[in-house]
Structure formats: structure tokens, C-alpha cells
Design a protein. Structure first.
Length: 161
């Protein structure tokens, strides 16, 4: 009986220690902010790759289900990520194009993607599964990058022409 009690206490102590390990903070006691990377050091190491495109040539299109300015919900949360990306990449407001489109209206979705392309967007985020019926076929013919959700078992799909 006493041995059992010791094992229970040891298990409880170990569980508590593991739980508290994940509750750390960033530098100077402030929590890390994943959207803006505050609390992280910049990685300045050179990475292999195609070189990408110049920062001033980046233009991002984002399709939302509703107006993110409403202050809550799905589109608002996506917009927080877009704002974090904008801050991290030091993009100006005119480098981000936001469109509100009903994801069940395939013609409106196609038109919004075409407008983003004609306005110079070279990456477009379609933030709802409903947009995928249009996003998938358009991604095959466009010379830009389209990013969106397609299925639960494939949470994020990326197409690049």
C-alpha cells in the first residue's frame, strides 16, 4: 500500500513538472507572440532556394467570408495572421488586397481571384474550404501561388505554377 502511494506521488510530481515546462515565457519574461514574432530573434542565416521575389514585388490577395473589421470570428482571426505576416515582411498596406466573397458563389470567387491576379497579386490565400472548387482548377492555369484548405485530412494545400 505504501509503495503504491509513493508511485502515485511520483507520477503526480512528474506530471506537474512536465505541465509547467510548457508554460515558459520568451526573453525578458514576456510571452512569445507567434503572429508578430515578438520575443524571437531574427534568423539571418542564408538559405538555399530559388531566391524568391523582392519584397517590394510581393502583393498578397486574401479572400474572406466576412468583413474582418467586425472584430471576431473566422475572417477576423485570419486577418490577424495576415497583419502579422505584413508586419514581419514589412509590407505596406497597398501590398495586401482583401476581398469579401461568399464561398458558395463560385462565379464571385472566380471573379475575385481574377481581380487579385489582374491587380498584381502573386500569392492569394483563399481562407475557406468552399473556395476550393474554384481555387484548385484556377491554380493549375495561373502563374501565381494559390493557398487554401481543401480537406480535413489535407489541412493546407499549396499550388504553385
Amino acid at each position: 500500500m505504501r509503495k503504491k502511494r509513493i508511485w502515485k506521488k511520483a507520477a503526480l510530481l512528474l506530471s506537474t513538472a512536465l505541465l509547467l515546462t510548457g508554460c515558459g515565457t520568451g526573453k525578458a519574461g514576456t510571452p512569445d507572440d507567434y503572429a508578430t514574432n515578438k520575443g524571437y530573434e531574427e534568423d539571418t542565416t542564408q538559405k538555399e532556394g530559388s531566391g524568391g521575389i523582392a519584397k517590394e514585388d510581393i502583393k498578397v490577395g486574401v479572400l474572406y467570408l466576412s468583413d474582418p473589421a467586425e472584430g471576431s470570428g473566422y475572417s477576423y482571426t485570419h486577418d490577424l495572421g495576415v497583419k502579422g505576416m505584413q508586419e514581419n515582411l514589412l509590407l505596406s498596406d497597398d501590398q495586401i488586397e482583401r476581398k469579401i466573397v461568399d464561398d458558395s458563389d463560385e462565379k464571385a470567387t472566380e471573379k475575385a481571384i481574377e481581380e487579385c491576379v489582374s491587380d498584381g497579386c502573386n500569392i492569394i490565400f483563399t481562407t475557406s474550404w468552399g473556395y476550393m472548387q474554384v481555387t484548385c482548377p484556377m491554380a493549375r492555369i495561373l502563374t501565381i501561388t494559390l493557398v487554401g484548405y481543401i480537406r480535413r485530412d489535407i489541412s493546407v494545400a499549396l499550388w504553385q505554377a
